[in-house]
Design a protein around this ligand. Structure first.
Ligand SMILES: *Cc1c(COP(=O)(O)O)cnc(C)c1O
Length: 396
């Protein structure tokens, strides 16, 4: 049985039936969010019920959009390790320092979470052909879950996407299209065909369910820390789905009576070569201007604009957090430090978060008594070609 109440527009608050396969709000073209009957679940869906449940993100079934477990399209995504980093904790003098290690997800990134949820619901609500523009990891994840669900998938990626992403997507999806430019250009190429081909668009925040997959990171962090949220979370921000999702999860857990009022300061991390959210945050804007000529080897955050920009900025501000842009050379140095320091081969996006942590620790924004979670959103092994290219460019 499902506890979904309806879909609600994140901007105009209009509600829409959960039985319809929708993209954005039909009235105002903003992201739709899934709302649950949390008042009914309070005291019924208790933390104790989680004991012994499946070690995937679907352990939080009552606050997931499916009707029954048998509808779920899963490859074992989520419930990833929260690893303490004892050496770096000591070196940087903070109370607690953790990596939320998303590299162990199916297809090697946390995109698996969103696409497990989106493909599950798209199939349930009648779609047979799915399409997506991707900076890399989302394409492979869609391909994997669509194949697992017996659906077709059409993926549009920039022609300079990391090779591992291109190859995995070729194997996993129905069709891959390499497009000159960045993810927004891939999106435009896809938009020209999707109507006539009858493809359902699963772009991030352009359908309501990917965020439901990503929000489980918030549930997991709480559960893994004994229902005490950390003081700070560093999140590499492209479309911002995970950041918005975790913020939603904290609200839900609070309504369920699982956590108190304490919330982490959310830090959105971007690259200096593509930092629309950081610019908007610093200029006190409520939405972000698209970034022109985005450049960074952290492919997953080479995202010049986000439909959920206002939600990202709102969550950062409500949390007392901030937004930080780091250079590719600091990101590269971070990959080295984490690898030698803790045995973790971070992806560039996650390493950007580590570079941002160092900056904020140095400035005093991070205090010695803080407990900090840094997201490693994907496997460093998927980026070997980009890392090599960056090394060569540094040698001049
Ligand atoms: C997509 C991606 C991101 C950005 O995630 P959003 O939730 O869209 O902001 C960060 N890191 C990696 C590895 C990604 O694939």
């Amino acid at each position: 049985m499902s506890y979904v109440l309806h879909l609600e527009c994140s901007r105009c608050s209009q509600s829409w039936p959960k039985t319809e396969l929708l993209n954005l709000c039909p009235d105002c073209q903003s992201p739709l969010l899934v709302r649950y009957r949390l008042d009914e679940l309070r005291g019924v869906f208790t933390k104790d019920l989680l004991v012994g449940r499946v070690a995937s993100m679907w352990r939080y079934l009552e606050v997931m959009p499916v009707e029954t477990r048998s509808d779920v399209v899963s490859l074992g995504e989520g419930f990833t390790p929260l690893l303490e980093m004892p050496f770096l904790e000591k070196e940087y003098d903070v109370r607690k320092l953790f990596t939320k290690d998303e590299s162990v997800n199916p297809t090697g990134s946390f995109k698996a979470r969103g696409l497990s949820a989106a493909v599950t619901m798209a199939r349930k609500l009648g779609a047979t052909k799915l399409c997506i523009p991707s900076a890399g990891n989302a394409g492979g994840a869609l391909g994997a879950y669509a194949s697992r669900a017996g659906l077709e998938s059409y993926v549009f990626i920039p022609d300079d996407t990391p090779q591992a992403n291109v190859v995995e997507t070729e194997f996993l999806s129905t069709e891959v299209h390499l497009v000159e430019g960045v993810i927004t250009d891939a999106g435009k190429a896809m938009a020209r065909r999707k109507e006539s081909e009858n493809w359902f668009d699963v772009s991030t925040l352009k359908e309501p369910y990917r965020i439901e997959g990503k929000k489980t990171m918030g549930y997991e962090i709480a559960e893994q820390l004994g229902w005490e949220l950390p003081d700070v979370i560093f999140y590499p921000t492209g479309g911002g789905t995970g950041l918005i999702g975790m913020w939603k999860a904290f609200e839900e857990m609070s309504a369920l009576g699982w956590i108190g009022p304490h919330r982490p300061r959310m830090v959105a991390v971007q690259s200096e070569g593509c930092a629309p959210m950081v610019k908007a945050f610093e200029e006190n804007q409520t939405s972000a201007e698209p970034w022109t000529n985005p450049q960074t080897f952290a492919a997953g955050i080479r995202v010049p604009g986000a439909v959920g920009d206002f939600l990202i900025l709102e969550a950062i501000r409500q949390s007392g957090g901030t937004a930080v842009a780091v250079s590719d050379s600091d990101t590269y140095a971070a990959i080295e430090e984490l690898a030698k320091g803790e045995g973790l081969l971070y992806c560039p996006e996650g390493a950007a978060c580590w570079a941002a942590f160092k900056r904020l620790r140095e400035s005093g924004w991070i205090r010695p008594d803080d407990s900090v979670v840094v997201f490693n959103t994907g496997a460093g092994q998927k980026y070997t070609d980009l890392i090599r290219a960056f090394q060569k460019s540094q040698l001049g």
